[in-house]
Design a protein around this ligand. Structure first.
Ligand SMILES: NC(=O)c1ccc[n+]([C@@H]2O[C@H](COP(=O)([O-])OP(=O)(O)OC[C@H]3O[C@@H](n4cnc5c(N)ncnc54)[C@H](O)[C@@H]3O)[C@@H](O)[C@H]2O)c1
Length: 398
């Protein structure tokens, strides 16, 4: 079976390598020639455990070839990005361009699958685009949506073991897509229609966003009430039906901080709580900044100089190296812009980028104010010398 995968990023490349390793002939397509060249050398351009070996093996066996152009195949998978525009409306131009690229290669019986996160109705929209250009293929193609829900850092395992939701534009499409995924997915395959599958992916991330917003709201209420929010959450979660998430400096990453907007932009009047969660999580970043400045002003009075502030953690969550949409990074940048003396502490990113990182132990000695923004496990070993002011916004020291 020949498979074309459009987009060789965090989702497309592991999928390509995994199914090539199972014996499929995979033609991976990316518009970025550096990515294409790197993969054809059996190497990878992203950080993901176990991926490089798999890519190396598949390329050497001739089962995975990267290219800037698609070709004829039985299955076409779309795994291109879904960013949003300035106004938080989804930008579907990547889908349109990838779909136009595969159009000439579709034949009767081809299976076209979107895996990228999509606003509700995108799969039907792409079907419309395909049939407008290739009307002779009407009712002869299988078109489905099958969202990805993998956790970066554990992608190769989760690609095989997670349950998948599969929604076609009709029943035969759902069946054809399910038959394809059953060849390499060990998790359960749940059949539905395209619109439900699209909404399902968005709802999963909106659910996380709403629950994090609840914890973040509690942290601000508790601060005003003079209560330790971590203790409060631990105690409330002793109730058999209550499980509250941990607060932090906001929500980052390219999924939870982005996908809820795809619901809000299409269902503006109805998605009140989802919008509020987005706003609460964005506001939490400003609140944290305000608290840091408050502490810095007090220190300035007693020290009679501007205090040195160490921002402990800059990634969007603990124990990873990804800074996309990271609220901690925004807080660090805002402090720098306001001319505070700030140390960037991020043990998961190598020095060499535009930011100079200070090792955690060194920062603990040098700073007057230690601000914990990400609960990296390694931070638990850092003991701040006596007399340092410490603000923990993410439960890093618990
Ligand atoms: N990364 C994750 O953890 C994750 C998890 C679930 C869902 N998703 C979703 O999966 C989709 C892909 O995400 P990603 O993280 O892999 O993105 P990514 O940016 O890592 O990779 C996308 C790739 O597509 C390429 N591309 C763009 N236009 C193209 C075109 N017309 N033809 C071929 N290639 C093209 C880009 O050059 C890039 O290499 C997004 O919709 C994302 O929301 C991502």
């Amino acid at each position: 079976m020949q498979v074309v995968i459009m987009g060789l990023g965090y989702i497309g490349l592991p999928t390509a390598a995994l199914i090539a390793g199972k014996g499929f002939s995979v033609h991976g397509v990316d518009i970025n020639m550096n990515i294409v060249d790197t993969i054809n050398q059996g190497r990878i351009h992203i950080i993901e455990p176990d991926l490089e070996g798999l890519v190396h093996y598949s390329v050497k066996q001739g089962l995975l070839v990267a290219s800037p152009e698609p070709k004829a195949a039985d299955v076409f998978i779309i795994a291109v990005p879904t960013p949003f525009k300035e106004n938080q409306k989804p930008d579907l131009s990547y889908f349109e361009s990838a779909t136009k690229m595969v159009l000439p290669h579709l034949t009767a019986g081809s299976l076209y699958i979107i895996e990228s996160t999509s606003p509700v109705g995108t799969t039907e929209k792409m079907a419309g685009l395909i049939f407008a250009q290739r009307p002779e293929l009407k009712d002869k193609l299988f078109i489905a949506y099958c969202p990805e829900r993998v956790l970066p850092g554990n992608v190769i395992y989760e690609l095989q073991h997670n349950d998948r939701v599969i929604g076609g534009i009709n029943t035969t499409s759902t069946e054809a897509a399910s038959a394809f995924y059953s060849k390499f997915v060990k998790g359960n395959l749940h059949a539905t229609n395209a619109r439900t599958a699209e909404m399902c992916k968005l709802v999963e991330n909106a659910y996380r966003d709403v629950n994090i917003a609840f914890a973040n709201e509690l942290s601000m209420i508790s601060d005003k009430a003079g209560i330790d929010v971590n203790e409060l959450i631990e105690l409330a979660s002793k109730h058999p039906r209550v499980k509250i998430l941990n607060p932090g400096p906001g929500v980052g990453g390219h999924c939870i901080a982005v996908d809820p907007w795809f619901i809000i932009s299409d269902f503006e009047k109805e998605a009140k709580m989802i919008r509020q969660a987005r706003e609460t999580n964005n506001h939490k970043k400003d609140w944290v900044l305000m608290k840091i400045e408050e502490a810095a002003r007090e220190l300035e009075t007693s020290l009679k100089r501007k205090p040195v502030i160490a921002c402990m953690g800059l990634t969007y969550k603990a124990d990873i190296d990804d800074i996309r949409e990271s609220p901690s990074m925004d807080i660090f940048n805002a402090l720098k812009k306001k001319n505070y003396a700030v140390l960037a502490v991020e043990p998961h990113i190598q020095n060499g980028s535009a930011i100079k990182f200070t090792p955690p132990g060194e920062a603990a000695q040098a700073a007057d104010l230690l601000v914990y923004l990400v609960a990296h496990k390694s931070f638990r070993k850092i003991i701040a010398p006596a007399g340092k002011k410490v603000l923990d916004f993410c439960g890093a020291l618990r």
